[in-house]
Design a protein around this ligand. Sequence first.
Ligand SMILES: [Zn+2]
Length: 256
Amino acid sequence: MPALERSLKTEAVVIRHAEMGEADRLLTLFSRDAGIIRAVAKGVRRIHSKKAGHLEPFTRVSLMLARSHELWIVTQAVALDLYLPLHEDLILTGETAYVLELIDRFSYEEGENRNLYRLLIDTLERLSRGDPVFTAVHYFELHLLDQVGFRPQLFNCVRCKEEIQPQDQFFSAVQGGAVCPKCGHQVPDARPITMESLKYLRNFQRTTYPRLVQSVPSPLVEREVESILQYYNTFLLERRLNTPGFLNEVRKKREA
Ligand SMILES: [Zn+2]
């Protein structure tokens, strides 16, 4: 988006807000047309503010924004979807906060990614209507990793490149994917993963959501998939924090 743009009409999901001055809020939004945006909502903490109810976290909102100096100011806000069930159940609230946290940390300020926006609102809709949380959240996670350039390699060993055989394997965050049993001990950060869990991770990459939602993972698979993804995301995000502009470089390389 050109830096000189004076106004913007878009829709967005409110990630969070912070109090600002006497009556204002600073919003962090993930928008359809400009990725992450920070914008000021003036006067929303006043009792009679009409905008306030439309700008709560987790809400999908239609927005008019105007640029004032370096800041975006919200001039109009109309809620499109409140996703009420996400506020009414502690587990769903926690999972939604996790999804939005990943969006915030993996995406770019004012960098458009419509596919990622679509994926986000599909995920909020799925969680709201009571789909299995494990499937909705990890489908989101694997597809987010695709969108931001960190799709894990799960079909060939990341070290020797040989096709993964149907047996227990290893996973390396540093190398970005599956490591075969022969190479497992040569890769310092490799962690064991059962074939069943690896299959599940692959299915998140290649199976359509309506088919995935019909399968029920075992508790072991749930635990393993969660722990491997958490390990991988933590590694990626720490590396990003240590290396400013790292994600931008990766994206440029992908586009080249
Ligand atoms: Zn290997």
